[in-house]
Design a protein around this ligand. Structure first.
Ligand code: ADP
Length: 977
């Protein structure tokens, strides 16, 4: 089916048939219109029939009205005279439109009836009766129903018979018959086979035509059975009638003036009759459509064959011939149709293709003559190779075809190189690169290759074309050029100088990369920039004048020490030189400037200049002389002054320009020895100037070495120290005299002390004898005197001991005998010793040394006790009455033990602190009554020094002092049990 619709002919036919669609739509619309018309007819006929019935029925009800009035006015009836019932019977016999005429009592029971009574019935539940009972005095019309007495569909018109006071006495009624209707009177307009059904709102058939008796009282739904749910509009439905025939039913309410219009009339017209016209029209339209369809089909079939199919076939043949390579074949399609335009276009295309073929062949020939071309199938086999390929590879075509490119692989490129190439082209991309190949004779050649992959119509790789150019020679030239360029670039980059080419106005045309190293500027950023913007404003004029002006005149220019701005804003010192650059006509086109960074040189020169000035200004005489002959090359003014010679006359003279003193040959020997060995020497020597002035010189000579380490010169620094030498000699003499005196004093003290000790021992000894002689007890006065002698004697002995210790220390004869000493025990012992003195002065002794517990020290116990006692005695002596003496002991982190003796005494003024610990220095205590000779603290310091410790003091005048000794307390000794 799909194939049929692909054919041009069938599509044309379908197109033509599609053009028929509007016609079919029109025909369909016409049929529908006719159908609607038929439906409208049924509706209108029904409406008109029901209208006629309604009018007729209204007329009958009016007649019933009139009859009731007549009957009510009849005295025979009003007074119910005997035989009045016959009046009703007579009336009924004359008027066939009434089913009954009669009278009821006030309860609705029939008193008299014109129709023969078929059954007893009461009207009490009838609408008309209820209306009258409600007090209506006029005639009322009831509703349509099947008569209660007569088995007819009726509507009852009734009125009351009233008495003289207007009271109801009885009711007159007339039953208007609905079954008067038959088709002979009103329904004759209906088509044959139509049926009319009267039914009330409850769907109960009141009357039907034809066959009313059979259907009276039956449900309307059983008589009319609709086909389908929907109607045709305007209330017309298709339904089966009572006889089972298909009809179009329309329905309308009967409007006759009854109180309750509860009657509907349904008219059913046989469907075949009602729609006969419609069917005829539809048949006619269908025949027209079929005829047109057949005509178009035939026309399309034959016309398309002649006008389309045959020319198309010819053109297809032409296209096939072109595809087969025959570009001369022509379709011969006749002129005048659109297809002939296509044929002409096909011919033009063939001619164009033929021209292209020619051009392509020319291109290919040219291409083959220029490039090395080969084609490879997907398996990598060479399927085409041009002459150039054979020529450069030295293989014949037969040798090449069917082989892979491995045939010419030089083995130069790694496998990854070819893998990358294959990856690129297998992705459909063009690969380009240089390949080194091998000829048949084993020599190599380089080709610039472009490999293009081609795909078939399914997108599968079909073949690769490789186009190559021999670049062996070009590569060699490139390599040489590159090497030369690299050499130049390296030279320009690494050169210390910066080379630039400038326009005559100073703008940079070229600047070597070394500028970045020297000035920090990127070369590209300077191109086009005025070179003078880099020059310090103070140097710009000088630079232009000595560099550019001569260069532009055609001469070389030079400018020393020019400040150039570095990219960081600082200036560097540069030396610039310029040469002209001429064009072929000899005209100076540019200026080539060479710039050298001389900042370091300038700095050194500046420093040298400074040194030179400093040397010249120095008060020390400086001389520089040659190593070999001692010829002086430089002296400063101070040197000339010392040697009593004019400075200008000195260069060339032989060093030292002084006459050696005969008394001091040793010093001069030392100096000459230095010169002989190239060493550094210092000596203070005695000399004479050439003018005979005697002087002492402090001479320091040191060698100056060359880069190779050879001593080329010596520098001599000479100071006239005659005054110092004289002073030192005087001092030495004074010192020696003092030392002699001190030694004599020490000896004297030692001697005196020893001499004093003997009689003192005798005094004390005999005083003790006196004190303790049981044979001659002393009285109190004598006892007191002996105690005073003993006290003074002990004190004197202590003083003499101190002086003796002092002389021992000074003469280095004091020896310590270290032993383990319990610190806390010794402190307690010393405290007990000074306790009487403290008590006498009302002082409190506080021992806070418990922290040191079992701490021991490896010291001379006697000397350690002597130190502690001295400090405690001082703390008591120089305390205020009622004061406090505190002893503390701490272990310090550095393996030391600190014992401090603090008092609340007079303190030591800051100004006198440096006099402490000096022999016989009492800081003013000598003017007080406090006993002492000022040796104790000096001894303490010496003893603590000998024990390897130190002593220090802290004091606030008027508040108290704290003397602390720190002694080494090695860890292993701390916990001795
Ligand atoms: P002295 O025999 O005079 O006590 P020292 O050598 O023991 O000799 O002391 C030197 C001087 O240092 C003392 O004369 C005294 O003026 C001062 N001095 C020593 N210890 C104390 C102290 N605890 N408080 C105040 N001054 C002191």
């Amino acid at each position: 089916m799909k194939r049929i619709f692909k054919s041009l002919r069938s599509r044309l036919i379908v197109l033509l048939l599609a053009a028929m669609l509007p016609l079919l739509l029109i025909l369909g619309y016409q049929s529908l219109h006719a159908y609607r018309h038929a439906i409208d007819d049924v509706h209108l006929e029904t409406q008109s029939l029901v209208q006629k019935i309604s009018m007729e029925q209204a007329r009958h009800i009016s007649a019933a009205h009139y009859l009731l009035l007549t009957l009510a006015a009849n005295p025979q009836i009003a007074e119910r005279r005997p035989g009045f019932c016959s009046i009703f019977r007579d009336i009924l016999a004359q008027r066939i439109i009434f089913a009954n005429v009669g009278m009821t009592d006030l309860e609705g029971n029939t008193v008299c009836s014109g129709a023969r009574k078929t059954r007893d019935a009461s009207f009490s539940n009838r609408l008309w009766f209820q209306l009258l009972r409600q007090g209506f005095d006029q005639a009322v019309v009831g509703d349509y129903h099947l008569g209660v007495q007569v088995d007819e569909p009726v509507v009852i018109v009734a009125m009351p018979l009233t008495g003289s006071r207007g009271e109801h006495r009885a009711y007159l009624f007339v039953s208007v018959d609905l079954s008067w209707f038959d088709r002979t009177r009103l329904g004759d307009a209906l088509p044959e086979g139509s049926e009319v059904i009267f039914h009330d709102q409850n769907g109960l058939i009141l009357h039907a035509d034809p066959a009313p008796e059979a259907w009276r009282g039956k449900p309307f739904a059983a008589a009319v059975r609709p086909v389908g749910a929907a109607g045709f509009g305007r209330g017309v439905v298709k339904a089966y009638g009572r006889d089972g025939r298909l009809r179009l039913f329309a329905s309308a309410r009967l409007e006759s003036g009854a109180t309750n219009e509860n009657v509907f009339v349904a008219v059913g017209v046989p469907a075949d009759l009602a729609l006969a016209q419609v069917h005829r029209i539809a048949l006619f339209m269908g025949m027209i459509a079929a005829a047109v369809f057949a005509g178009i089909l035939l026309f399309a079939w034959f016309a398309s064959d002649r006008l389309v199919v045959v020319p198309v076939r010819r053109m297809v043949r032409q296209a096939n011939a072109h595809a087969a390579g025959d570009l001369t074949y022509r379709s011969g399609v006749a002129e005048g149709t659109e297809l002939s335009q296509l044929a002409r276009a096909l011919d033009a295309m063939a001619m164009q293709m033929a021209r292209r073929d020619r051009e392509l062949a020319q291109h290919l020939r040219a291409f083959d003559a220029h490039a090395i071309v080969s084609a490879t199938d997907t398996a990598g086999r060479i399927v085409y190779a041009n002459d150039k390929f054979c020529e450069i590879s030295q293989y014949s075509r037969e040798e090449i075809l069917g082989k892979t490119h491995r045939l010419i692989n030089s083995g130069f490129h790694p496998p990854e190189f070819f893998a990358g190439m294959l990856d690129t082209i297998s992705r459909g991309r063009v690969w380009q690169g240089n390949i080194r190949n091998r000829r048949k004779d084993g020599s190599f050649y380089w080709v610039a290759s472009t490999i293009v992959p081609f795909f078939d119509e399914n997108g599968c790789l079909e073949r690769y074309f490789a186009i190559r150019t021999d670049i062996t020679h070009a590569l060699a030239i490139d390599a040489a050029l590159e090497e030369s360029e690299e050499r130049f670039r390296l030279l320009a980059t690494n050169a210390l100088e910066v080379i630039s080419l400038n326009e005559p106005d100073g703008r940079f045309v070229y600047i070597s990369p070394s500028v970045e190293r020297v000035l920090g500027h990127v070369p590209a950023a300077l191109i086009g920039l005025d070179a003078f913007t880099l020059v310090h404003p103070d140097d710009a004029g000088r630079t232009r004048g000595t560099l550019f002006v001569p260069a532009l005149r055609g001469e070389p220019g030079h400018c020393d020490y020019v400040r150039l701005r570095h990219v960081e804003g600082i200036y560097i010192w540069a030396e610039l030189s310029a040469v002209p650059v001429r064009d072929t006509t000899g005209y100076v086109r540019n200026v080539q400037v060479t710039m050298r960074d001389v900042t370091a040189r300038k700095r050194i020169e500046d420093k040298l200049r400074l040194h030179d000035r400093a040397l010249a200004a120095s008060g020390t005489g400086m001389a520089i002389f040659r190593s070999g002959d001692g010829a002086i090359e430089y002296t400063n003014a101070a040197y000339a002054e010392i040697v009593d010679l004019p400075q200008a006359a000195i260069p060339g003279e032989c060093w030292p320009l002084l006459v050696e003193s005969k008394n001091d040959t040793k010093g001069w020997h030392l100096l000459y020895d230095a010169l002989a060995h190239g060493a550094e020497r210092h000596a203070v020597v005695e000399a004479l100037t050439r003018r005979g002035r005697q002087l002492w010189c402090d001479i320091f000579i040191s060698p100056v070495r060359s880069d190779s380490g050879e001593v080329t010169h010596y520098v001599a620094a000479l100071t006239d120290v005659s005054d110092q030498v004289a002073l030192e000699a005087a001092l030495t003499r004074a010192k020696e005299a003092a030392e002699q005196a001190s030694l004599a004093k020490t000896r004297f003290l030692s001697h005196v002390s020893h001499e004093l000790r003997t009689p003192l021992n005798a005094i004390v000894g005999f005083a003790q004898l006196l004190e303790s002689d049981p044979d001659a007890p002393l009285n109190d006065i004598q006892q007191d005197s002996i105690q005073r002698i003993l006290g003074a004697g002990w004190l004197l002995r202590e003083l003499i001991d101190d002086v003796l210790d002092l002389s021992r220390i000074e003469t280095g004869r004091l020896e310590l005998k270290p032993q383990e000493v319990n610190v806390v025990g010794l402190i307690r012992e010393c405290l007990e010793h000074v306790a009487p003195q403290a008590e006498a002065r009302g002082l409190e002794l506080v021992d806070l040394s418990a922290e040191c517990g079992r701490q021991t020290l490896h010291v001379d116990a006697k000397r350690f006790r002597q130190v502690l006692l001295n400090l405690l005695t001082n703390a008591v002596k120089y305390n205020r009455p009622g004061g406090r003496v505190t002893v503390t002991c701490h272990r310090l982190e550095q393996g030391m033990l600190r014992i401090a003796v603090s008092d609340t005494g007079i303190g030591i003024p800051q100004a006198k602190r440096n006099e402490l610990f000096q022999y016989f220095s009492r800081l003013g205590a000598e003017h007080t009554s406090v006993p002492g000779i000022g040796v104790g603290l000096a001894l303490c310091r010496h003893l603590v020094d000998l024990m390897g410790g130190s002593i220090s003091v802290e004091s606030v005048e008027g508040e108290g002092s704290s003397f602390a000794i720190e002694l080494p307390a090695p860890c292993h000794a701390t916990e001795t049990i």
